[in-house]
Design a protein around this ligand. Structure first.
Ligand SMILES: Nc1ncnc2c1ncn2[C@@H]1O[C@H](COP(=O)(O)OP(=O)(O)O)[C@@H](O)[C@H]1O
Ligand SMILES: [Mg+2]
Length: 251
């Protein structure tokens, strides 16, 4: 129904946005899968999960078993449905959460078993629940074309800053290479100033929303409380509505 990938420079608020959207969609009655694809894993805790979630990239034996066929052959479509079920956890609200772990940065040309396995997980995830949220790094090349095709929209999170906008341009190129057609932007940590306004008005993609800088998010992170339990949800409700409008989601 709605499959989205979230990307952007480190620290801009990707995980915060992923957690907020997962919460809002599950509250609306949709089934939601959220996958942490960032090597600095923090989506589970942003969703209120206290126990450690095993990164799928660490399932060495299972990966070997599934990806390697007889006589040195290689399965590009390994079976992963059971792994998907048994290595996902649910938070209090019922969001299904998985952690991918570190992926070799080899782009399309890399055929290491871990990548084949993790990509199979992502392809499987596309068809699992109503909503799929991928919390990614700025480098999205490990998505693979198979998954990229299933992604409805890539949300690039930016801060009003030159470096973050530079990253946006890189993400643009990567998305085009992967065949992701729709890109939208969320501006986070916004502090009003003429320069900030100028930077934002230069963004060529649709802007789903502008989230003001708010110390509440830092407080929530400090106290290890999910941001939706203590911070203002309204900017994210607006983002969710715009998202639905843009992708024309049918339930
Ligand atoms: N709008 C905001 N205002 C202030 N701090 C924020 C805001 N959004 C996120 N943060 C804080 O910024 C830090 C990085 O956010 P996070 O979502 O983990 O970024 P990323 O996943 O992109 O690395 C966290 O401490 C988070 O609480
Ligand atoms: Mg993050």
């Amino acid at each position: 129904m709605l499959k989205l990938a979230i990307s952007g420079k480190g620290g801009v608020g990707k995980t915060t946005l992923a957690a907020m959207l997962a919460y809002l969609f599950v509250k609306d009655g949709f089934t939601v899968t959220a996958i942490d694809c960032d090597s600095s894993i923090n989506l589970p805790s942003a969703l209120g999960v206290r126990e450690e979630v095993k990164p799928l990239s660490e399932l060495r034996e299972i990966i070997e078993q599934r990806v390697k066929g007889p006589f040195g052959t290689f399965r590009y479509n390994p079976k992963v449905d059971d792994v998907f079920e048994s290595y996902s956890v649910r938070n209090n609200e019922g969001v299904r959460i998985l952690v991918l772990g570190t992926i070799e940065k080899g782009g399309e040309g890399c055929f290491c078993p871990e990548n084949a396995f993790l990509r199979a997980i992502l392809r499987y995830a596309i068809f699992c629940d109503d909503v799929l949220i991928l919390d990614m790094e700025a480098g999205i090349e490990h998505l693979g074309r198979g998954t990229a095709k299933g992604v409805d929209i890539l949300i690039a999170v930016v801060e009003p800053g030159t470096r973050s906008i530079e990253t946006l341009n890189r993400i643009d190129k990567l998305a085009a290479d992967l065949g992701i057609e729709r890109i939208a932007v969320v501006v986070n940590k916004y502090v009003d100033s003429p320069k900030a306004l100028q930077l934002i008005s230069g963004i060529v993609h649709p802007v789903l929303g502008v989230v003001p800088y708010n110390p509440c998010f830092i407080q929530a992170d400090l106290e290890n409380i999910p941001p939706y339990e203590m911070c203002d949800l309204r900017p994210f409700e607006g983002i969710k509505e715009k998202l639905i409008e843009l992708v024309e989601v049918k339930k």
